[in-house]
Every structure is written in C-alpha cells, then in structure tokens.
Design a protein around this ligand. Structure first.
Ligand code: NAD
Length: 453
C-alpha cells in the first residue's frame, strides 16, 4: 500500500474545502452509522473470533459509545463549528473578536487492540466532525476486526477522504514518516514515546491516549456492597483488558476481610467461567503468559485457574501484596487484581503521588474529607467517586490522561477541539483609532497607553 499516495490524495481533497461543509460532515457521519448498524452481526462475529468478546459487552462498550458519539455530533456540529464571538478589550476597540474552529487537514488515528472498534472509530468520528480527512490504523492483533473495519470503510468511502490502513509495526513506522496535521494515538506509554518522537520530526501535534496503573481505593467509610459490585464489574470487564480498569486495590485494613469476602461472592455469583458469554479471553499467548507471570501463587486469595488453549484466565485476587512485588511494577492489563491493605489514608495517597500519574483513579468513600484530599492532591486523568469506569461514557467530560498516561483528550466537544485549530481573529473598524500606538512616541502617548492598558 502506497501511504504517500493516499496521504497526498487526502491533502488534495482537503484543499477542495469539501470537508469543511457542515452538511458533508453530517452526511458522512450518518452514512458511517448506517454502515455499522447494517453490519452489526458481522462486527459481533469478528470480535468474538478475535478474543471471545460477547455481544452484550461489544454493544455496551463499543457500538453503543460509537453511536452516541455520532448522535452527539449530528446534533451539535453546527453549534460547535460556528465562529464564537468573544469579548474585545478596550485597547482593541472599535472592533470585534471571534474564535474560528478550523479543520486541521489530514489526520492519522492509530488504535489499540483492546476496544478495536471504539478506539479507532470514536477518534475518526471526532476528526470527521471537525472537518478533516483521516487515515485510520487499527491494531493488527485482533485481525478479524481489523480486516472488517478496513472492508467496511474502504469499500464505502473514497480513500482520499477516509482510509483504513492495515498493518503492524513496519506499516505504522511508514505512516508515521508523513507530515500529518494531527496524530491521535491510543496505546502503551512505550509506543506513545515512539509516536511522539516521530511526530516531533515534523512538528505534528499529537493526542496520546496511554495507559498505566490506575488505583482503586476503598476506605473504612465506604459502602462495601456497592464497592465490591462496581469494582468486580470494572476490573473484569473485557477480561481486565481496559485502559482505565482499576489496576490494583488499596483497602483500609479494618474493612479488608469483609470487602474481599463480598468480592468473592460477586465473582461466584456472576460466574466468570471459561467460555462464559460475559467474559473475554486474553488477546494472545504472549499476553496470557505475561499476565500469568505476574501471579505469585502464594498470594492467591481467589481464582488462579487458566486455560492456555482458550487463553482464559480466571478472575484472580491476590492478597497481601507489597508495593515491591512484580505485579505492582507494570500495568497488569488482565484479570488479576492485587490487594494492598492500608491504615493511613494520607500515606496511601502519597504512595500514589510518588508513582507515574495514573490514567484513572477510583475512590469508594462516604467521607467528604477523604474525597477532597484525593481530588486536591492527586493528579490523574479522570475517574469516579463510588464507581469505576463510568466517567468514560459521558460526552460532557473530556477523556484523557496526564503525564505518563497521556497528552490531550477527546469525547464530545473535547474531541472536536482536539481535531480543530482555534483560530483567533480580531476584526478592526477602519475608523476611530487613537494614534498613540504609532511612533514617534512621547510622554503624553505613554501616559495614555498606561491609562488604557
Ligand atoms: P501498543 O502500544 O502495543 O499498540 C498500539 C498501536 O501502536 C497498535 O496499532 C500497534 O500496531 C502500534 N505499534 C505497536 N508497536 C509499534 C512501534 N514500535 N512503532 C509504531 N507503532 C507501533 O498498545 P496495545 O497493546 O494495542 O494496547 C494496550 C495499551 O494501550 C495499554 O497500555 C493500555 O492502557 C493502552 N490503552 C489506552 C487507552 C486510552 O484511551 N488511554 C485505551 C486503550 C488502551
């Protein structure tokens, strides 16, 4: 595939100004939605073949979010793309000031494998809504979903507007050599650095949606029943392969036995057995081996079984884990949940602060002071109080990381802004201008300037 040719054709198409027409953007989004709806069964089949992800989970965590994003833009593009009038300071009077939301040009979206539809299509939707052209590079690991995405997009849209490029590292390396107007990358911090470096060579702006270790904290004041239920759901959804999954659990010692017992009951009740429709396998053998390699058998409180044939790992809870254990040194990205007890809340916050800034943090508490301390002192991408994962589902909240967990954000209007340039324009009247800004200067003019500014 000649990426340079596609890139150039998208540049040429962008310069026809067609993508800037709001009606054209809406038409494209509606067409995309219809294509996905018509092919829903094929989308379910492909993802099931790739890592046994079931229909309900695929609808809830992928298609539903994609449809919502399209609907949000169908409703809001006019408003978002309209120049915004802002105040004009006295020094610029008489005049008026506007922010114009300019499309950027040719954009590149690189996706991670774990939510193969939403992590490629939601940035694509934002890019289209903002009036750009787009090359999408899905992850090569779930190959059935990659092929299907490429078929559905490439047979229905011209490649000079939207194109899915298939491939792994060599193809992505080639793609990254081109001078896009924006690169939107979702993946690991390690590859994020490679993307950032390649983008820097051409001064291409980036959004990096990365990962890391996201803590969940349960304090002595929490509703333990609610905490157990919501943590089990958030941790083991998608087989624990969610960027914002609670990576590890910090629980106040006084309630630890009760919380662990409740978690155990929830796990038994849901029954995450091998082959269950609501439970997802690991993506490949490499990942399966890596995650099992993090399990210290002497710490297993619950679970621990696995099946190398189906790449199934049972939800596994590790108790009495220490900060130095292997499982605490890297993002787990699998169904293993280490638990560390604590007796001093402030100290535990300090431990989090000393590590890389997490993509997400979750706190279960009924105490406002505890809540305030987390929000005031700990830097993290986003999160929930008394829930897990759900902040990602709101169009009204920017989604993104900070520090090692990412740069920039998207979802709803924030995605539109990430794929737009905010062009600031002052429009001056041709009359009524005082002449104090023009030389030659004198003390009287300086006095005036000081007064006005
Ligand atoms: P990854 O970084 O291995 O791969 C992501 C993409 O980069 C893929 O398309 C892959 O083909 C490409 N790639 C891989 N190596 C490359 C290289 N050397 N040069 C150029 N391109 C390369 O990530 P992954 O395994 O697909 O996903 C898991 C990671 O992504 C986790 O860290 C997870 O937390 C993170 N993630 C973040 C979000 C988010 O929204 N912040 C969402 C999902 C996943």
């Amino acid at each position: 595939m000649d990426f340079t040719k596609i890139f150039q054709s998208q540049k040429d198409f962008f310069n026809t100004h067609k993508t800037k027409e709001v009606a054209f953007r809406k038409e494209t989004l509606l067409k995309l939605k219809n294509i996905l709806k018509e092919n829903e069964n094929r989308l379910y089949e492909a993802i099931y073949k790739d890592f046994r992800k079931g229909r309900f989970d695929t609808f809830l965590t992928e298609l539903n979010l994609i449809y919502n994003e399209i609907d949000f833009f169908l409703k809001n593009i006019e408003k978002l793309s309209k120049p915004k009038k802002v105040r004009t300071p006295l020094s610029l009077q008489p005049g008026k000031s506007h922010i114009y939301y300019d499309p950027l040009g040719v954009t590149l979206v690189i996706g991670a494998w774990n939510y193969p539809y939403s992590l490629t299509l939601i940035p694509l939707i934002s890019s289209i809504a903002a009036g750009n052209t787009c090359v999408v590079k899905p992850s090569e690991l779930p190959e059935n979903t990659m092929h299907l995405l490429s078929e559905l997009i490439n047979t229905n849209f011209p490649s000079n507007y939207i194109h899915v490029a298939e491939g792994g590292i060599p193809e992505t390396t080639e793609l990254l050599k081109l001078r896009y107007d924006k690169i939107f990358f979702t993946g690991s911090p390690k590859v994020g650095k490679i993307v950032y470096e390649a983008a820097a060579k051409n001064l291409v702006p980036v959004v990096l949606e990365l990962g890391g270790k996201s803590p969940a904290i349960v304090t002595g004041t929490a509703d333990l029943e609610v905490a157990a239920k919501r943590l089990v759901w958030g941790k083991f959804l998608n087989g624990g392969q969610t960027c914002i999954a609670p990576d590890y659990l910090l629980v106040e010692e006084s309630v630890k036995p009760e919380l662990l017992q409740l978690i155990k009951e929830k796990l038994d009740e849901i029954n995450y057995s091998d082959g269950a429709e609501h439970y997802t396998s690991l993506i490949n053998k490499r990942s399966f081996d890596r995650v099992l390699g993090l399990v210290d058998k002497s710490s297993i409180y619950y679970g621990g079984r696995s099946n190398g044939e189906t790449l199934y790992i049972e939800p596994t809870i590790l108790d009495n884990v220490s900060w130095d254990d292997a499982v605490m040194q890297e993002e787990i990205f699998g169904p293993v949940f280490p638990v560390i007890g604590f007796s001093n809340y402030d100290e535990i916050l300090q431990k989090i602060i000393e590590r890389e800034k997490p993509l997400a943090a979750y706190l279960f508490t009924k105490d406002d002071t505890e809540k305030k301390k987390l929000l005031d002192f700990v830097s993290f991408g986003g999160g929930c109080i008394n829930d897990s994962l759900m902040h990602i589902t709101s169009d009204y909240l920017p989604f993104g990381g900070i520090g090692n967990s990412g740069i920039g954000n998207y979802h709803g209007a924030y995605g539109f802004l990430s794929f737009s340039h905010q062009k600031s324009v002052v429009e001056k009247a041709t009359w009524g201008e005082p002449d104090w800004k023009y030389p030659p200067y004198n003390d009287k003019k300086l006095k005036w300037i000081k007064r006005v500014i």
